[in-house]
Design a binder for this molecule. Structure first.
Ligand code: NAD
Ligand code: ZN
Length: 340
């Protein structure tokens, strides 16, 4: 790590509403890790929530925490067990460290690892800083045609890829997606790329629906408008809104799939009779596993455009503005570029 400095700048959340820019030691890559000079980090709703509330459910910010888990960069150093030829590679970071030895990890469902360490989830730091380490195989190479921002947004794209896999989207699928935030919009593009011929997106925001029409949706509908009964092969909720979930379920054909991505109420009313009579499959999703190669190929081949989602860019001194940028009308995705 010849040219890498010993110290770096970092943005740290001390507690609710309290964010500072400070300095830390640049981390040293462990045996199986690489050191990445961070290029771009997308802001997610969960980052904003940690800033405005100091916690998400049981995860409470109790020590200085770097937020940001949608990150890209360049490998600048490697641990002793990693091939030095990786230095210089542009990578998209898969921001999780599973244990690799438990039952879930061994069967490939590593997103369900009980010992998962996930970026920007207390006490695990995220990427609003100049350098991060990650296990070598979770730093995924991206081709030159993929921008730094797009490489960072492979993370929300992975949520969409995982949701579409769970929904069994295939050629000719008819898909209903509730919510046209970044996740719903990305999922609409993924559904199209997976071969869906009908992708209906609903939202309460006309501005977001207009965006959905331009990028992925074959049709949009204002939330609350009646949906065709038993018409869709799959319904993916990316809103977390109970009315959207309850309206979406009867729109699914017998044998169809319901995938709950959005986080909302802990409990909700379900039409059990309909689930039974139509033999509907209903599942939640927890992030993703084994999605990065697909996500990168979808973007590199031009099937999916992530750059269109980026509405504003910020530096490390402007993380607070970046975290609150989502509130501005027309905003979709803010990114932080630490070296900006
Ligand atoms: P977002 O808040 O930007 O998007 C939610 C959208 O839903 C908004 O555009 C909102 O206007 C819309 N909405 C509200 N009520 C609606 C209704 N009744 N019908 C249709 N749309 C409605 O959030 P996002 O970043 O796009 O993320 C979407 C959801 O996915 C969030 O709840 C987020 O926490 C969740 N999420 C889950 C996972 C997971 O692993 N399960 C991963 C990432 C994000
Ligand atoms: Zn595990």
């Amino acid at each position: 790590r010849d040219t890498t400095p010993a110290r770096m700048r970092s943005s740290e959340l001390l507690a609710q509403d309290s964010l500072i820019v400070t300095e830390r030691a640049v981390p040293t890559p462990a045996m199986d890790e690489v050191l990445v000079r961070v290029a771009s980090v997308g802001v997610c709703g969960s980052d904003t929530h940690y800033f405005t509330h100091g916690r998400i459910g049981p995860f409470v910010v109790e020590a200085p925490l770097m937020l940001g888990h949608e990150a890209s960069g360049v490998i600048v150093a490697v641990g002793a067990g990693v091939d030095a030829s990786r230095i210089g590679s542009r990578v998209s970071i898969e921001p999780q460290r599973p244990c690799r030895t438990c039952e879930q990890c061994k069967k490939g469902a590593y997103n369900l690892c009980p010992d998962m360490q996930f970026f920007a989830t207390p006490p695990i730091d995220g990427a609003f800083c100049e350098y991060v380490t990650i296990q070598s195989d979770f730093a995924h190479d991206v081709p030159a045609a993929v921008s730094d921002d797009a490489a960072a947004l492979m993370e929300p794209l992975s949520v969409g890829v995982w949701a579409c896999r769970k929904a069994d989207i295939t050629a000719g699928s008819r898909v209903l997606i509730a919510g046209a935030g970044p996740i719903g919009l990305i999922t609409a593009q993924v559904a199209r790329a997976f071969g869906a011929t009908e992708v209906v997106v609903t939202d309460v925001s006309e501005q977001r629906l207009a965006f959905a029409s331009a990028h992925g949706a074959t049709r949009t509908q204002h939330a609350g408008e009646a949906l065709a009964d038993a018409h869709f092969d799959a319904f993916i909720d990316a809103s977390g809104a109970e009315p959207a979930i309850r309206a979406g379920i009867p729109a699914v054909k017998p044998g169809g799939r319901i995938v709950l991505v959005g986080l909302g109420a802990d409990e909700l009313m379900l039409p059990v009779n309909l689930l039974q009579n139509r033999e509907l499959w209903l599942t939640g999703v927890f992030r993703y596993a084994n999605t990065w190669p697909t996500a990168i190929d979808l973007v590199a081949s031009g099937r999916i455009d992530l750059d269109v989602l980026v509405t504003k860019r910020f530096g490390l001194d402007e993380v607070e503005q970046a975290l609150l940028a989502g509130r501005e009308p027309g905003a979709l995705k803010a990114v932080v570029q630490p070296w900006r």
